[in-house]
Design a protein around this ligand. Structure first.
Ligand SMILES: O=C(O)CCC(=O)C(=O)O
Ligand SMILES: [Fe+2]
Length: 402
């Protein structure tokens, strides 16, 4: 299941910390070791030995039910049939389908890189501090700079409202559809694979979930991702892979949140080598993918047979083809061992009953300099189908350049 990935130890042998980061790491390790001596006995006396497996039973059977009523037979050919909907509920992924012609996909890739070269006309949502930190380490790539950019460019927006996408989604999520985030997934030659991860309500490194449904929805269908290949995605250049059906078992993600919420009790149970690895990976790597690897390693040590019966599905796509999946399904991607860049454009969709970034004014972004805040005042949800009957979210009906 794991071929093609470098271990975190290997990553850190190739990526060095700056002197001040190294001092921080050593200091934190020393403090935790001290606390392990003096505070852990008190903590254990009061609470017992801390385990990230606490309260996980509720996360092993998260059935989903689609909320859409529109069906292919009566509403049009891109809607799903009854049996396709049932199949989605079981697998958490739809079969691949075409959204763009090959030429349109290649043209969109060219246009997207042109926008990236123009630094998205100064409209990078992550804000100046994060962008400066990313530039300093050469990580100002389209994945980060391109986040939420369909809000600014109608050409990107229009891809996400194509009926091939919205009709399928309406069969699953209902008629009123929001796209709450768009982003690019670029994988350059020699880039490592993306580790197995799950994302249900997209808390990631925030204090609370970014998505809060106000009507009953299975956790695996609170939001669905449409991942569109802008160039052919193959096993060699790092296509997605996914464990079908694991959207009903959210334990991998829940272990992560248990640890985030109980960092000190967790660290006090670790060896000094592990404390160092945990702290530097959490604090000094960009994005969330290396952190996903860390969580996966921890989860596998705690539950060795987690997902052991699940089958890996490789998602090779031709340029212009797409898949829709629940990102609570455990997923990742292969390393790129070719000389060409792999590029995808993705929309993350939800229903209008869901509160998006409710009560948030800022969010965190992980940079190599450490976690940094960015303001959320520039983002909004795109109404991609139907209408808003709830009034929970800031909504746009077209891109700002149109
Ligand atoms: O494109 C990739 O490699 C990862 C994509 C992913 O994790 C996602 O779409 O949620
Ligand atoms: Fe993902």
């Amino acid at each position: 299941m794991l071929n093609g990935f470098i271990s975190l130890d290997e990553y850190w042998s190739k990526n060095k910390l700056s002197v001040s980061q190294w001092i921080q790491v050593k200091l934190v390790v020393a403090i935790i070791l001290l606390l392990k001596l003096v505070y852990r006995p008190i903590y254990r006396l009061k609470n017992g030995k801390y385990s990230p497996l606490q309260g996980l039973d509720a996360d092993t059977n998260l059935e989903i039910q689609s909320r859409g009523s529109k069906r292919q037979e009566k509403d049009g050919e891109e809607y799903l049939s009854e049996s396709e909907v049932r199949d989605f509920e079981k697998k958490g992924i739809l079969p691949k389908f075409r959204v763009l012609s090959t030429e349109e996909a290649h043209e969109l890739a060219r246009y997207s890189y042109e926008l990236h070269d123009r630094e998205f006309d100064g409209q990078v949502v992550l804000g100046k501090d994060v962008v400066d930190a990313l530039k300093e380490s050469g990580q100002d790539n389209i994945n980060y700079m391109g986040m939420f950019q369909s809000l600014h460019y109608q050409k990107l927006w229009d891809v996400l409202t194509r009926p091939q996408i919205t009709q399928r989604l309406k069969s699953l999520l209902g008629d009123d559809l929001l796209c709450w985030r768009s982003q690019f997934f670029e994988k350059n030659p020699k880039d490592a694979g993306t580790f197995w991860h799950q994302a249900g309500t997209f808390r990631v490194s925030s204090e609370k979930p970014k998505l809060e449904p106000t009507e009953p929805m299975g956790e695996g269908i609170v939001q669905l991702t449409c991942w569109i290949a802008l160039k052919d995605a193959t096993i060699e250049n790092g296509c997605l892979r996914l464990l079908e059906g694991t959207h009903t078992d959210g334990r991998l993600e829940k272990i992560a949140y248990n640890i985030i919420d109980n960092t000190l009790p967790f660290l006090m149970e670790q060896s000094s080598k592990n404390i160092e690895l945990l702290f530097k990976t959490m604090k000094f790597t960009s994005g969330s993918f290396l952190k996903a690897q860390l969580i996966y390693d921890i989860a596998m040590e705690l539950i060795p047979d987690l997902f052991k019966d699940a089958k890996v599905t490789d998602l090779e796509l031709k340029a212009g083809e797409a898949i829709i999946f629940s990102s609570l399904n455990v997923h990742g991607s292969y390393p790129n061992v070719t000389d060409d860049t792999r590029l995808a454009f993705a929309g993350r969709f939800t229903s209008n009953n869901v509160k998006v970034y409710n009560g948030f004014t800022y969010d965190w972004f992980q940079t190599p300099k450490g976690p940094m805040k960015f303001d959320l005042d520039k983002i909004a949800c795109m109404q991609v189908a139907g209408e808003d009957k709830f009034g929970f979210n800031t909504i746009r009906s077209k891109a700002t350049d149109s």
